[in-house]
Design a protein around this ligand. Structure first.
Ligand code: DAH
Length: 333
């Protein structure tokens, strides 16, 4: 091959490159081009092989020509590769574009049911005073729900706790008081517990009655407890839950399992008296029933309605609102 022929070949290769590269639109096609022109058997590479056949005085000139051609093609390949990459990034940015000025997707936030809020708050008040939280079954035996609490089979007080029976002596508990018995039977004194839980009564639903409702029971049994301690504990509870400025009133009541028994009312003058719970000193007969010695220890207890506490706190006038799952009601708490 002569220098002229080589020059002509270079020109041909340049034309081929121009044509072929115009048709290459993706990275694979570019790679095929690189192999075709610059690969080990590529058209530029084989021209370098032809260099050796030239007369020595022509080689320097030919070398420059070939290097220039190789340089052009290499640079063009780099350019095209860069352009393709930028195009791909541009397309991706376009596809993944997001308009940060658009309003977000609104997801409703859940919250605790008002009865749960009140229960947790009351548990917290008593836990800080040193009480443990205890629980018992909702399906209860006649023994724990009545007998052990000195409500015998023929006791007229059974009318106050009319219940749903599952079997002859198995019922849905009517109050959380049976948990007192279960806990006392399971451990020696002292006992300091609160027992939150669901209770059932055969009441027709109306603004203040629901066949399913919630109570929190408190029981403290220890050496030397008197009604003064009961009064102190309830006072602590009233100021923690309702706030300052309340008066308390104890009036005589009757529960078979406490002696004496009291009904507790509170009011913030000049407001009306509001009943908040039943309470009393644990009847010695109940202590004997669970194996405690009433000469050694004494105790007191109370039971309050969680719904009632929530209704007083928020001025809710119909207990049925708690169970209707109406978001317009629930979202207010
Ligand atoms: N168990 C009673 C009820 O459901 C409430 C009650 C009254 C609980 C006096 C007590 C108590 O622990 O001492 O009506």
């Amino acid at each position: 091959m002569t220098l002229d022929e080589l020059e002509a070949r270079c020109e041909e290769v340049r034309m081929e490159w121009a044509q072929a590269s115009a048709a290459a639109h993706d990275p694979e096609a570019l790679e095929a081009l690189r192999v075709r022109f610059l690969g080990r058997k590529g058209s530029v590479t084989s021209l370098f092989d032809a260099l050796r056949a030239l007369p020595p005085d022509a080689r320097a000139t030919a070398g420059k020509l070939l290097n220039a051609l190789k340089g052009e093609i290499t640079a063009a390949l780099d350019d095209r590769r860069g352009a393709l990459e930028r195009e791909a990034i541009g397309a991706r940015l376009q596809a993944e574009r997001c308009d940060l000025s658009l309003p977000g997707t609104w997801r409703p936030l859940g919250r605790l049911h008002p009865l749960t809020q009140v229960r947790l708050e009351i548990e917290d008040i008593f836990q800080k005073l040193g009480f443990d939280v205890a629980s018992g079954p909702e399906v209860e035996t006649d023994y724990y729900n009545f007998e052990a609490l000195a409500i015998g089979a023929d006791h007229p007080a059974r009318d106050d706790w009319d219940s749903f029976y599952i079997e002859d002596r198995l019922l849905l508990r009517t109050h959380t008081s049976p948990v007192q018995i279960r806990v006392m039977k399971s451990q020696p004194p002292p006992v300091r517990i609160v027992c939150p839980g669901r209770c059932y009564r055969r009441d027709d639903p109306d603004a203040t009655h629901s066949p399913v409702f919630h109570q929190i029971e408190l029981l403290w049994v220890e050496k030397g407890l008197t009604m003064a301690h009961l009064k102190w504990i309830i006072g602590e509870f009233v100021s923690a839950f309702f706030g300052p400025g309340y008066e308390m009133r104890f009036s005589a009541d009757f529960f078979p399992f406490t002696e004496p028994s009291a009904q507790i009312h509170i009011r913030r003058p000049p407001g009306d008296w509001l009943e908040i719970m039943g309470a009393g000193m644990v009847d010695p007969a109940v202590l004997v029933e669970v194996g405690y010695d009433p000469e050694e220890v004494s105790g007191f207890a109370f039971g309050l309605g969680v719904e009632r506490m929530a209704m007083l706190r928020w001025g809710i006038e119909d207990i049925r609102l708690f169970y209707q799952n109406d978001i317009r009601f629930l979202s207010q708490f």
